[in-house]
Write a protein that binds this ligand. Structure first.
Ligand code: C2E
Ligand code: MG
Ligand code: MG
Ligand code: MG
Length: 278
C-alpha cells in the first residue's frame, strides 16, 4: 500500500514538474521572440526630483514586457530570465533606444537607465551606448547608468574599463539599491561611481527609531566621498521631510510620481494632466 501511494505521489509530482518546465520553456521562447520583434518591450519613465527645489531633474527608464496573452510582466521577472538566456544585451539596447527617442526632444532632461553588472562585461557595451546617444543627438552628460549588483561578480576589472571609457565620454554612474545585497561602501572603492541610490528598504524604515540616523550616516559618508544621493521608493510626506532634513539630494517614489508611459511623460513635461500607468 505504502509503495503504491508513494508511486502515486511521485507521478503527481512528476506531472507538476512537467507543467513547470513546460511553462518555463514557453516563457523562454516568448521572451526570445519579444526581444527579436522589439514591439512587446516597452519603456516607462519614473521622474526624479531635486530634493531641495522640488524641480524635476530627470527620468529613470524602466523596462516592461507586454506579453500578448499574459499582459504586462515586470522586470523583476524577465530581467533575470534575459540574463540567463543571454538576451540582456539586446534587451538593454531596446530600452536605451526607446528612452533616447522619448527624451531627445527635451534639452537638458537627464536620463537614467538600469544595467546589471553582467551587462557591463560585454566589450561592446560602451560603443552601443555612445552610438545610440549620438544617433539621437543626446549629450552623454545627460545619461546616468544605474548599476545593480544582483550577484557577486569577480573580474570587475572588465566593468571598470567599461565604466572608465563611458565616464571619459561624460556618462555618469550610480549604484542602485545601495545598502542591499552586495553593494556597500567597500564596493565603492572598486567601482568608480557618482551617486548612490539608497535602497527602498531603508526608506520604508524611516520614521522608526534609529533608522533616520542610519540614512543620515549613509548620506554624510556619500557626500564625504563626493557622491550624490537619491532616495528611491519615497511613499510618504514624512519620509520626504526626513530625507530632505538628512540632506538627501534627490527623491524618487510613488509620492512624487509613479512610472509614466512615454505619452504621459510628454503631458507632464508639457504641463498637462498626467495619468500614471505602472
Ligand atoms: P530599480 O532600478 O531599483 O527601480 C525601482 C523599482 O521600484 C521600480 O520597479 C519602480 O517601479 C519601483 N518603485 C518606484 N517608486 C516606488 C515606490 O514609491 N513604491 C514602490 N513600492 N515601488 C516603487 P520595476 O519597474 O518593477 O523595476 C524593478 C527592477 O528591475 C529595477 O529596480 C531594476 O533593477 C530592474 N530593471 C528595470 N528596468 C530594467 C532594464 O531596462 N534593465 C535592467 N538591467 N534592469 C532593469
Ligand atoms: Mg534603478
Ligand atoms: Mg533601486
Ligand atoms: Mg531595484
Amino acid at each position: 500500500h505504502a509503495k503504491a501511494a508513494g508511486r502515486g505521489r511521485f507521478a503527481i509530482f512528476g506531472r507538476h514538474m512537467d507543467e513547470v518546465l513546460q511553462a518555463r520553456r514557453e516563457m523562454e521562447r516568448d521572451l526570445r521572440a519579444a526581444v527579436e520583434n522589439r514591439k512587446e518591450i516597452e519603456t516607462v519613465y519614473q521622474p526624479v526630483y531635486d530634493a531641495g527645489t522640488g524641480q524635476l531633474s530627470g527620468v529613470e527608464a524602466l523596462a516592461r514586457w507586454r506579453h500578448p496573452q499574459k499582459g504586462v510582466i515586470g522586470p523583476d521577472v524577465f530581467i533575470p530570465l534575459a540574463e540567463e538566456l543571454g538576451l540582456i544585451q539586446p534587451l538593454g539596447q531596446i530600452v536605451l533606444h526607446n528612452a533616447c527617442e522619448t527624451v531627445a526632444r527635451y534639452d537638458g532632461l537627464k536620463l537614467a537607465i538600469n544595467a546589471s553588472l553582467l551587462e557591463l562585461h560585454a566589450a561592446s557595451y560602451p560603443i552601443h551606448i555612445l552610438s545610440t546617444l549620438a544617433q539621437f543627438q543626446i549629450n552623454p552628460q545627460r545619461l546616468e547608468i544605474e548599476i545593480t549588483e544582483s550577484q557577486q561578480l569577480d573580474g570587475s576589472r572588465i566593468s571598470e574599463r567599461t565604466i572608465g571609457v563611458l565616464r571619459q565620454a561624460g556618462v555618469r554612474f550610480a549604484i542602485d539599491d545601495f545598502g542591499a545585497g552586495y553593494s556597500s561602501f567597500g564596493r565603492l572603492q572598486d567601482l568608480h561611481v557618482d551617486r548612490i541610490k539608497i535602497d527602498k528598504s531603508f526608506i520604508d524604515a524611516l520614521g522608526q527609531t534609529g533608522s533616520g540616523a542610519v540614512i543620515e550616516a549613509m548620506i554624510s559618508m556619500a557626500h564625504a566621498k563626493g557622491l550624490q544621493t537619491t532616495a528611491e521608493g519615497v511613499e510618504t510626506e514624512e519620509q520626504s521631510r526626513l530625507l530632505r532634513l538628512a540632506g538627501c539630494d534627490q527623491l524618487q517614489g510613488y509620492l512624487l510620481s509613479r512610472p509614466l508611459a512615454g505619452e504621459a511623460l510628454h503631458r507632464l513635461l508639457a504641463g498637462g494632466p498626467v495619468v500614471a500607468v505602472a
